[in-house]
Design a protein around this ligand. Structure first.
Ligand code: CAA
Length: 293
């Protein structure tokens, strides 16, 4: 394995993949983003442009640094472009079948000593690693949304992850000026094991009529000093992601306290996934977000 990582491949041009690309390029890594179609890549690159411009506007970055960051980022729909990468981070949809399919396509392209990581927010690292040709060089590197702002990254080893891989992942996270916590490979690790049941409880609070969308979010923003209300945060994360995490907790820990709220299921079945689909607990299609209940 190359002692120091220099180039990062990212699978998925969604909000997390582009956030990881943004912070990696800003730290000096050569970054390549892969997605299924060029439109998603262009849209992701536009988001990165916007976030970098915002950092220049508020003095967090110089114009030269912004240009240098952008010069390090490329994107394509060709997985062969991952061949020279030292580390590839999979940031695809939170679906185990999709992730495993990606690994079967990516592994043959990678250098023998390249590390493959996943940004999964809840799935078993050990089980995902078993679907690759390199369980020793497979890690969970779990970023928080929005990646350019959130300081935490969770590091999760599978049962086969070797020490050099763990050390390389730790050094990579430190080089991004982020703080790593180590979680054992159990459902939803630490952050989502605690955060998602709270969000699910907020949805039950709405479902049972204890409070309105506005009352619930205002209560937690002002009553618990949360930067976002739990329903607003659920829309930000994505209701499909929230549901998949609750299902992973419910199935993985076999405790009924993790059963997803029926209202969350209903929203996902309606395609109301939150910000990314324009509508969730709030409707984002107008000037200001409006509660949908
Ligand atoms: N992308 C990138 N940057 C963003 C952003 C986004 N979507 N939203 C806000 N920012 C940046 C702004 O540019 C600003 O940066 P500067 O200080 O450099 O200007 C900074 O964040 C503050 O933004 P705002 O002042 O506009 O808004 P805010 O003060 O309300 O902060 C927030 C926005 C940082 C998102 C804040 O609301 C927050 O921290 N929310 C909670 C987020 C959270 O809990 N994330 C974890 C979810 S769990 C998870 O991610 C794991 C998982 O697997 C699901």
């Amino acid at each position: 394995m190359s002692a120091v990582l220099k180039s990062i491949g990212i699978v998925g041009a969604g909000q997390m993949g582009c956030g990881i690309a943004h912070v990696s390029a800003a730290a000096g890594y050569k970054v390549h983003i892969y997605d299924l179609n060029q439109e998603r890549i262009e849209s992701g690159l536009a988001t990165i442009h916007g976030n970098l411009a915002r950092q220049v506007a508020n003095g967090k970055m110089t114009e030269e640094e912004r240009k240098a960051t952008l010069a390090l980022i490329s994107g394509s729909t060709d997985l062969n472009d991952f061949a020279p990468m030292d580390l590839v981070v999979e940031a695809a949809t939170e679906d185990e079948t999709v992730k495993k399919k990606i690994y079967t396509l990516v592994c043959p392209v990678l250098k023998p000593d390249a590390i493959l990581a996943t940004n999964t927010s809840s799935l078993s690292i050990t089980r995902l690693a078993a679907a690759t040709d390199r369980p020793e060089r497979f890690m969970g590197i779990h970023f928080m949304n929005p990646v350019p702002v959130m300081k935490l990254v969770e590091l999760v080893r599978g049962i086969a992850t070797d020490e050099p891989t763990f050390e390389a992942a730790k050094a990579y996270v430190a080089s991004l000026d982020k703080t790593a916590t180590v979680a054992e490979d159990f459902p939803a690790f630490i952050v989502n094991r605690i955060l998602l049941p709270m969000i699910n409880e907020a949805i039950y609070t709405l479902y049972e009529g204890v409070g309105s969308v506005d009352a619930i979010d205002t209560a937690m923003r002002l009553g618990a000093n949360h930067p976002m209300g739990p329903l607003q945060l659920a829309d930000f994360i994505g209701l499909d992601t929230c549901l998949s995490i609750m299902q992973v907790l419910h199935d993985g820990l076999a405790d009924s306290k993790y059963r997803p709220c029926p209202l969350l299921v209903k929203y996902v079945e309606a395609g109301w996934l939150g910000r990314k689909s324009g509508r969730g607990f709030y409707d984002y299609r107008g000037e200001v977000p409006v509660p949908t209940r």
